[in-house]
Design a protein around this ligand. Structure first.
Ligand SMILES: NC(=O)c1ccc[n+]([C@@H]2O[C@H](COP(=O)([O-])OP(=O)(O)OC[C@H]3O[C@@H](n4cnc5c(N)ncnc54)[C@H](O)[C@@H]3O)[C@@H](O)[C@H]2O)c1
Length: 258
């Protein structure tokens, strides 16, 4: 018996990082998973490795038609989705507000914010038909507080936190719960030195993690476990809530003398 037996999940951005960890954990816990991404080779490779309980399809979260196709394919293959994890996202880091171009700002908003809206908009009708569901929206600690040099990302993640509450208010009567997850630093390709380039030195990044109460970044599976909890019936009385997994980042500042 798995904790996610009977669950049919759609996961966006599942080709790598936290999304991949969710695909692997959810199927191990008994769920059937359809996942999408814009990294097709990596997505296909993950699906082949996981086996028949997971199916990869191309899903650019900014494309309404791709969402409609993903919901239709999920329903055809495994039945109507009763779990949605809006995980896909991009980071724009280390750029001041004044230097952020409108084009870059809109790209981040389109993927991180509009993508979550579209995911819920097109998945919810099928969930209502199925009679129940759980939606997990991946925000960030940047959805709760600011971090200099991330204006577009922070705006998008605050929006995800807000629309989660709106959706929870509308969908409770259909037996659908909607919650947000707020990870702190997680070791994925998004935060790897190759991706961040000159935006932060290795020393500065290590220092940020060292200052946390837990003194380290998270591994992707540590966020996936929280997503699995929210997807499962173990979290049956939680909706419209914020679930933080940040190594203590938001609790304040450690005093190294004490
Ligand atoms: N890594 C962190 O420290 C951290 C912290 C807080 C929140 N998050 C959030 O967690 C989520 C997962 O990020 P991650 O850390 O695994 O990063 P990641 O870059 O490894 O994974 C993000 C995935 O989203 C996909 N993606 C990007 N644009 C897409 C689009 N238009 N359509 C579909 N898929 C798209 C990417 O191809 C990638 O596979 C994101 O929403 C991110 O903002 C990450």
């Amino acid at each position: 018996m798995g904790r996610l037996d009977g669950k049919v999940a759609i996961i966006s951005g599942g080709a790598r990082g936290q999304g991949e960890a969710e695909v692997r954990l959810f199927t191990a816990e008994g769920a059937k998973v359809v996942f999408g991404d814009v990294l097709h080779d990596q997505g296909e490779a993950v699906a082949a490795d996981v086996g028949p309980d997971a199916h990869y399809l191309p899903l650019d979260v900014t494309d309404p038609k791709a969402w409609q196709a993903a919901v239709a394919e999920t329903t055809r293959r495994y039945g109507p989705p009763n779990v949605l994890v809006n995980n896909a996202g991009v980071l724009l880091f280390g750029v001041s507000m004044v230097d952020t171009t409108l084009e870059d700002y809109m790209r981040v908003i389109n993927i991180n914010q509009v993508g979550v809206f579209l995911g819920m908009k097109y998945t919810v009708p099928a969930m209502i038909e199925g009679g129940a569901g759980s939606i997990v929206n991946i925000s960030s600690t940047n959805g709760i507080t600011g971090y200099g040099g991330t204006v577009a990302y922070t705006a998008s993640k605050f929006a995800v936190r807000g629309m989660t509450k709106n959706a929870a208010l509308e969908l409770g009567k259909h037996g659908i719960r909607v919650n947000s997850i707020h990870p702190g630093g997680v070791e994925t390709p998004m935060t790897a030195p190759e991706t961040l380039g000159d935006a932060i030195t290795d020393e500065a990044r290590d220092q940020v993690y060292a200052m946390l109460p837990l003194g380290r970044a998270a591994q992707p599976v540590e966020i996936a476990r929280l997503a699995a909890y929210l997807a499962s019936d173990d979290s049956s009385y939680s909706t419209g809530s914020e679930f933080i997994a940040d190594g203590g980042m938001l609790s304040g500042v450690v005093n190294p003398e004490v």
